[in-house]
Design a protein around this ligand. Structure first.
Ligand code: NAP
Length: 305
């Protein structure tokens, strides 16, 4: 099969080449990949005991080709989206992927395309798990730092659906976009006055901040009220002040049913899915370079059709 593989320890040593189709165990599925969700983590979420060449990537959508003997939940022909992360047999930037049956697997709703389905699992799962750490009620306020990308696009909409007041930061070219998703207030993270603008909007500070991009956690803390919460999606570590609780994405939170609902809402147009660009599979490195700029709007996807 064709796959984008990491060939050595050198960070950028990734190339499209022929490699073996993974052999599956009894508790795995072999999935014919139809579309791949692209993210900045694709080049560095790798297993510790990596064997080169290693197919990169952690999410995709496709058709079950074969099911191991211990798999009863899925059968050949099923359309699924999934997250399969740091597995020894390789990742999703490939024509076929081996997927453990206990991975995060979501059946694709009838009308949804593979391209759409591949764009949802990682960003959707991350937002939903992050939100479990925010003790907010309808009427509370949240600031989302870096809100026009893959995670922010869902975060704004889900936060609004919960009745929260939402502010987001991004470049001015994305302010109308964030408003179209429901943001009540938008600021430019490059504007030195952005924190004052948030303070004008919520004079006591916001109840919580979701810091998506690296480095945004400390800055976001300054506009959170005493005793509020900052959740750091990038995993930045910093010292809390004024009894603010700094939280990380709770990796054990099980949000499968909420994620299934998100797929359903998207399939009926109740939640917007935004894909900036669908790249043909062989242009994967172009998509990787784009995600590394941290300036994509919504999600990037590779199509194998
Ligand atoms: N914890 C987890 O489980 C988990 C899972 C997945 C991803 N992540 C993390 O989430 C991050 C990726 O999120 P994503 O996929 O949403 O990224 P993305 O799609 O690349 O996000 C792009 C957004 O970030 C904004 N941005 C770029 N630089 C910024 C800065 N210096 N300050 C504030 N905003 C900035 C962009 O604004 P403009 O384009 O308008 O300038 C745009 O709104 C990575 O740090 C990744 O490690 C964590």
């Amino acid at each position: 099969m064709k796959a984008f593989v990491k060939r050595s320890d050198a960070p950028d040593d990734i190339a499209l080449q022929e490699t073996e189709i993974p052999a599956i165990s009894e508790d795995e599925l072999l999935v014919r990949v139809k579309a791949v969700g692209v993210g900045i983590h694709d080049s560095y979420f790798l297993p510790q005991d990596i064997q080169y060449p290693y197919a990169i990537g952690i999410e995709a959508a496709g058709i079950v080709e074969k099911a191991g003997s211990a798999v009863t939940e899925y059968q050949p022909g099923d359309r699924i989206a999934f997250v399969s992360m740091m597995q020894p047999k390789g990742g999703t930037w490939a024509e076929y992927a081996a997927v453990r049956k206990d991975s995060l697997i979501i059946p694709i709703p009838g009308p949804m395309s593979f391209t759409e389905a591949a764009a949802i699992p990682v960003a959707g799962n991350t937002v939903l798990r992050a939100l479990t750490a925010l003790p907010l009620e309808a009427g509370d306020s949240v600031f989302i730092a870096g809100a026009s990308g893959a995670i922010g696009t869902f975060a704004i909409q889900i936060a609004k659906a919960r009745g929260w007041n939402v502010a987001g930061s991004a470049s001015p070219k994305n302010h109308a976009y964030m408003k179209s998703l429901g943001a009540d207030k938008t600021v430019d993270y490059r504007d030195p006055a952005w924190a004052d603008q948030i303070r004008d909007w919520m004079p006591d500070g916001v109840d919580a901040a979701i810091a998506i991009q690296p480095g945004t956690g400390t800055d976001s803390m300054h506009i959170v009220k005493d005793g509020g919460t900052v959740i750091t999606i990038s995993g930045d570590r910093f010292k809390p002040e004024r009894s603010i609780h700094v939280a990380f994405v709770p990796h054990k939170a099980d949000v499968r049913s909420q994620l299934k609902n998100l797929f359903a809402f998207i399939s009926v147009g109740k939640t917007q899915l935004v894909i900036e660009e669908v790249y043909p599979f062989d242009e994967g490195l172009k998509a990787l370079r784009k995600t590394q700029t941290r300036h994509a709007r919504g999600k990037l996807v590779l199509s194998l059709d």
